[in-house]
Design a protein around this ligand. Structure first.
Ligand code: ZN
Length: 419
């Protein structure tokens, strides 16, 4: 019973806090809708500013609805007995065994996916469409979905089989082995994803010779950065958003630009944006994030290792365990459903670290490229993404991985004048 109460308190607090933060952000953006912030008056029109406000508010409203639906689903699965019913029916159908446990986890993922489907549909074909950002056809939407399920299944099911078998056969320290397997797997994915998976969804072409390529190669030489080639990705077939590119890792460090980015920014601006991304490598942010994620998943597995042997963890959350047998899938399912309710409260720590890294990468870009170019690139990207220039400070502190545009630009202007 105790854990039911602890869970309910965390559940209500996290649900309420998400709701409150969204309402704050909506109110703040709406209050500043009437006029462009003075520092942007020469760069952003009133119509663009109001479009950003409307788009931000529309996304937040949809988020509030999603928050409500996922709260209902969580309670339905746990305290109302949904997971118990699912587990018992699969036991009847498949009997005890690793395959029943895999079926349980796969069913939960599929059920959540089906419930999420109308939301992603609405987001893509109504919300994004309404603001002129959608470039995706309905055919592509479904082909992405089926490819995603196929790839997820081909990778996820064998991985689950390994973890569930370890839970069953590797003794008390199974979680340590499972953590090691997952860590090695996630390192492998850094290579598998860009090489085999990303090409299933997008076309990658080498960046053609020209002023942009020359300028970028000069930047790479200046930053002493070895890459395995420059590529352009057809991001425009899904969205008009001017997305930044990503860079692969390890020895296969490819630099990938979204075609939408190259269309919208001048070569100098693309260079400045790339310099920012290189800053993340050179300031060792990528490595730090990887180490932190390994440490966190170690703690998480240690916690599952212990909690999966406690009867109250199951009974207090509405399921009957079988602690002598195949219980791994049930433990993982419960943990997967319930842990976000608790981990939500640590969100601001991750956001804070991320915002600090963004400033460092901006400073690197200002030094190796041009602060002025990065500022004009940021303004263009904010316009193109219809991102709000006037976020609520508490919402930002809690969620934002990037500092608000006015603060980033002020920081860049300082480093510009100091050079
Ligand atoms: Zn960044």
């Amino acid at each position: 019973m105790t854990f039911t109460i602890v869970f309910l308190i965390a559940f209500i607090a996290s649900f309420g806090m998400r709701h409150w933060l969204s309402l704050r952000q909506i109110r703040h953006v709406a209050q500043h809708r009437a006029s462009v912030p003075t520092e942007f008056a020469s760069k952003v029109t009133l119509a663009e500013h109001q479009k950003a406000a409307d788009y931000t508010i529309a996304k937040l409203r949809l988020g509030i609805l999603e928050n409500g639906v996922s709260a209902i689903i969580l309670i339905a699965f746990t305290l109302l007995g949904g997971l118990e019913i699912l587990n018992l029916s699969l036991l009847q159908l498949l009997g005890e065994g690793v395959s029943q446990q895999i079926a349980l986890l796969v069913s939960i993922v599929l059920i959540s996916g089906v419930i999420d489907l109308p939301f992603s549909w609405y987001k893509q074909f109504h919300l994004e469409e309404q603001f002129g950002f959608n470039r995706m056809t309905k055919k592509l939407f479904f082909s992405d979905m089926f490819k995603g399920i196929a790839v997820g299944g081909a990778i996820g099911i064998p991985l689950l089989w390994v973890i569930l078998t370890l839970m069953l056969k590797a003794g008390d320290l199974w979680w340590l082995w499972a953590w090691a397997v997952l860590s090695i797997f996630s390192l492998l994915m850094q290579w598998i994803f860009p090489t085999f998976i990303a090409p299933l969804f997008n076309k990658f072409e080498t960046l053609e010779d020209g002023p942009l390529k020359t300028q970028i190669e000069a930047l790479l030489a200046r930053c002493d950065f070895a890459s395995q080639g420059l590529f352009v990705m057809d991001g425009s077939k899904r969205s008009a958003h001017g997305n930044a590119f990503f860079a692969g890792m390890g020895k296969a460090k490819r630099i990938v630009f979204f075609d939408t980015l190259i269309e919208k920014l001048s070569p100098g601006e693309v260079e400045a944006v790339l310099a920012h991304e290189l800053g993340h490598f050179k300031c060792k942010h990528i490595r730090k994030r990887l180490i932190v994620s390994f440490a966190l998943s170690f703690l998480m597995f240690a916690l599952i290792g212990w909690i999966s042997t406690q009867a109250w963890f199951y009974t207090d959350l509405g399921v009957m365990p079988n602690l002598n047998g195949y219980n791994g899938g049930l433990a993982l399912a419960l943990f997967m459903l319930v842990s976000p309710v608790f981990s939500f409260f640590f969100t601001p720590l991750g956001s804070l670290a991320s915002r600090k890294h963004e400033y460092e990468a901006d400073n690197f870009a200002a030094e190796k490229s041009s602060a002025q170019d990065l500022i004009s690139a940021l303004v263009k990207l904010y316009q193109d993404n219809a991102s709000t220039l006037t976020p609520d400070p508490i919402y930002t502190a809690f969620y934002s991985s990037h500092p608000p545009a006015p603060l980033r630009i002020a920081n860049l202007q300082r480093s510009h004048t100091s050079h």
